[in-house]
Design a protein around this ligand. Structure first.
Ligand code: SF4
Ligand code: SF4
Length: 425
């Protein structure tokens, strides 16, 4: 198991379980190249809310120059884990793994920033990764929307004193009617390339079932048999980002046992989930074979000879952080969208995180709202009618803030556009 653990004398304020790697911390040469790419530094202008400042704090703790304090916890809570700093860093600082390891230490040592939204986080972690709980919750929320209660609650300002609850409610898109579960097997069309296991996700499954439907349809058209096991759990991404490593390892191990059976590839259409799957090698050990099979859906479709009909629309493509920085997938979604005749692709001038970051937009609503507003302004500058993003969290965050800024844009996953244009014959 690769844990990044160093010799006991080097742990400083950390215990030896999954201590952040000293080599990773020492790789930072303080050049500051990452600073302009960091959303929290761009908003706050504070060194300790920059990647360089956060690495400094983690290293000071590792070297025993500081205890783990609520102040340090606050600077790390405010980090989105977007990993834009990793892409920018010329020294290869593994910021995401350092952050997750440090959060696990803060968690284990009960070091918490004041007003850190832990109860909200606890509720989200106890609900979202569990389909048997998320399903009924979504049923209740569907009734809340359809009964008119949502309109009443929003008009009354009833939620105003509860900033995290209000943030959660504002993010809720119009929920679809209860969808039929995706077929466990979708047969390949044409020349068969092999079999993929599809991760259907937690939010994706209940909030955006059409994304899974189109993913399976496109993969089948590309020659892949799609296997979407009904009884698959959660990838554990939310627990990993929160530093809850034991629960994360349990979920990850269980999911691997399901998806790693009899499949040539493991495909995800949610950037956060796909990035977590790619981290299994680091956190679980003995997962290299599984990780080698993991692909984002765009990587698989980009290799296929799919034919598209005309779709005259202007689309702004948003790089989901865990796709662009976590999985280094930037070219394929753009290349696929450009293959649709009539579709004009625009770049969003500001490449910063949209503020979604898992459940960050609920636990840190002020910073997330500022980033959401900035993203909406950048999208407005493109003049696009549609925004495409390969992560359900980004889709909800961007739709929420484009809506409140009065932009009449549609926000979708790229596979929805590909599915609309796919030529079936
Ligand atoms: S992960 Fe994102 S928010 Fe956190 S330090 Fe890096 S760039 Fe900044
Ligand atoms: S770019 Fe890398 S080496 Fe330079 S300050 Fe940021 S984390 Fe450190």
């Amino acid at each position: 198991m690769s844990t990044g653990t160093t010799a006991p004398s080097q742990h400083g304020a950390f215990d030896k379980i999954d201590a952040p790697s000293m080599d990773g911390l020492r790789a930072c040469v303080h050049c500051g190249i990452c600073l302009p790419q960091c959303p929290t530094y761009r908003v706050l202008g504070e060194e300790m809310d920059s990647p360089r400042g956060r690495v400094y704090l983690m290293r000071a703790a590792a070297e025993g120059r500081t205890e783990l304090t609520p102040g340090i916890a606050r600077h790390l809570d405010l980090c989105l884990g977007c990993r834009a700093c990793e892409t920018a860093c010329p020294s290869g600082v593994p910021f995401g793994q350092l952050l997750e390891a440090t959060r696990a230490q803060l968690e284990r040592h009960h070091v918490r920033a004041p007003a850190s939204g832990r109860r909200t986080l606890g509720f989200l972690l106890a609900t979202f990764p569990h389909p048997e709980r998320l399903g009924p919750l979504m049923g209740g929320l569907r009734a809340y929307q359809r009964s008119g209660l949502q309109r009443l609650v929003r008009a009354s300002g009833f939620l105003a004193p509860f900033k995290r609850l209000r943030a959660m409610e504002a993010l809720l898109p119009a929920l679809p009617a209860r969808a039929r579960p995706l077929a466990e097997i979708t047969l390949a069309r044409g020349k068969r390339r092999g079999r993929v296991a599809l991760l259907t996700g937690c939010v994706q499954r209940f909030v955006f079932p059409e994304v899974n439907t189109q993913t399976a349809r496109l993969l089948a058209a590309a020659g892949w048999e799609v296997w979407a096991p009904r009884l698959q759990g959660c990838c554990g991404a939310l627990h990993l980002h929160a530093g809850r490593l034991p629960e994360f390892r349990d979920m990850a191990g269980a999911l691997m046992r399901v998806l790693d059976r009899d499949a040539d590839l493991v495909v995800s259409n949610a950037a956060g989930c796909g990035a977590a799957l790619e981290e299994y090698g680091h956190w679980l050990g003995d997962a290299a074979g599984f990780v080698a099979k993991v692909r984002d859906v765009s990587e698989v479709l980009a290799e296929a000879d799919l034919r598209f009909d005309e779709l005259p629309v202007t689309v702004a493509y948003h790089d989901a952080c865990h796709l662009a920085h976590g999985q280094r997938v930037r070219v394929e979604p753009r290349a696929l969208l450009r293959r649709i005749p009539g579709l004009t692709l625009r770049e969003i001038p500001d490449g910063l995180c949209c503020g979604s970051a898992g459940v960050y937009n609920v636990t840190e609503p002020e910073m997330a709202a500022e980033l959401g507003r900035r993203k909406a302004a950048a999208i407005r500058a493109t003049g696009a009618a549609v925004v495409a993003a390969g992560n359900p969290g980004c889709v909800m965050q961007i739709a929420r803030h484009c809506g409140s800024e009065g932009l009449g844009v549609e926000v979708v996953h790229p596979v929805e556009l590909l599915g609309r244009a796919l030529r079936d014959s």
